[in-house]
Design a protein around this ligand. Structure first.
Ligand SMILES: [Mg+2]
Length: 258
C-alpha cells in the first residue's frame, strides 16, 4: 500500500471538464487500499468550493483530504499583517491573517484565473503598492510561481510572471508556499503519516509536480493530460518514474509497479 498525492488541475479536470475515467480510477485506488491526498496549487477557489467541484466530477473526497495553497499560507503567515494580491474567493481560507493595505509584514501573491478579476488583482496600482511594501521591509511570499496553466482555450499566463517581476524590482526572492516547495510536500505526508519512499506524486506539471516531488524523495508519475507537453519531457533533468496517458491508467500502472 502506498500514499498517492494527486494533483487536481490537469489531472482530474481541465477548465472544469472532467478527465475521462478519473472518478473510476480514484475509487479503484481507494479500493486497492492506497491513502489519497489531493494536492493542488489552485489559488482561485476556497477549499470547500474546490472540494465541491471535484465531487461534481464523481470523485469522492472529504474537504480535509484536499490540500490547498491558501491554507498553507494561513499556516505560514498566521498573525502577520499581509498585503494580499489574491483572488477574493480564497480570502475565507486566509484565516488568522490580518489583511492590510499598508504597513504590511508580508506581501502575498496568489495565482491568476480566467475571470476579469485577475485584471484588478494584478493591476499596476496593486503591483506598485506591493513593491512599495517590499521596499519598506515586507517579505515576499507567493502561493505558487507557475509560469502558465492549461485552459480549454489554451495556455494562459499565470502569476509567476508577476512574482518574478516583483522579485526583480525589489531584489528579493519570494518564498513559494505551494508546489514545488518542500514544505508543501512535507505537510501532505504529515497529514497521511507516510514516508517519502512510500509515496507517489501524480501530476501533469513537470516542474511543480515531478521535479518538486522528486527532490523531496517521492516517486512520480506524469500524466499526458492538462499542461503535459512532449517537448517538456525531453528537456527535463528530472525524469518521472512513469508516464501514463491519463489518470484512468493509474490503478493498472501501480499494480504493475508496486
Ligand atoms: Mg496540474
Amino acid at each position: 500500500m502506498s500514499a498517492i498525492l494527486l494533483d487536481v488541475d490537469g489531472v482530474l479536470h481541465v477548465s472544469g471538464h472532467p478527465i475521462l475515467g478519473g472518478a473510476k480510477a480514484t475509487a479503484r485506488l481507494r479500493e486497492m487500499g492506497h491513502a489519497l491526498r489531493f494536492v493542488t496549487n489552485n489559488t482561485t477557489h476556497s477549499r470547500s468550493a474546490l472540494a465541491e467541484e471535484i465531487r461534481s466530477f464523481g470523485v469522492e473526497l472529504e474537504d480535509r483530504e484536499l490540500q490547498t495553497t491558501p491554507i498553507a499560507a494561513a499556516h505560514a503567515l498566521r498573525g502577520k499583517r499581509v498585503l494580499a494580491l489574491t483572488m477574493p474567493a480564497i480570502v475565507e481560507d486566509l484565516e488568522g491573517l490580518e489583511l492590510v493595505g499598508e504597513n504590511a509584514d508580508a506581501v502575498l501573491l496568489g495565482g491568476a484565473d480566467e475571470s476579469f478579476e485577475t485584471n484588478q488583482v494584478f493591476s499596476y496600482y496593486n503591483l506598485a503598492r506591493a513593491f512599495a511594501e517590499l521596499q519598506d521591509g515586507a517579505e515576499l511570499y507567493c502561493l505558487h510561481k507557475n509560469r502558465w496553466w492549461q485552459t480549454s482555450r489554451g495556455a494562459l499566463l499565470d502569476a509567476g510572471a508577476f512574482v518574478a517581476g516583483l522579485e526583480y524590482a525589489a531584489e528579493q526572492e519570494a518564498t513559494v508556499l505551494g508546489k514545488p516547495s518542500a514544505a508543501y510536500f512535507a505537510a501532505a505526508l504529515d497529514a497521511l503519516d507516510y514516508e517519502p519512499e512510500q509515496t507517489w506524486m501524480v501530476g501533469d506539471d513537470i516542474e511543480a509536480d515531478v521535479a518538486g516531488a522528486s527532490a523531496f524523495g517521492l516517486r512520480t508519475v506524469l500524466v499526458r493530460t492538462g499542461k503535459f507537453r512532449e517537448e517538456a519531457l525531453e528537456e527535463v533533468t528530472v525524469r518521472p518514474d512513469g508516464v501514463i496517458d491519463s489518470i484512468a491508467a493509474l490503478p493498472q500502472w501501480l499494480e504493475a509497479h508496486p
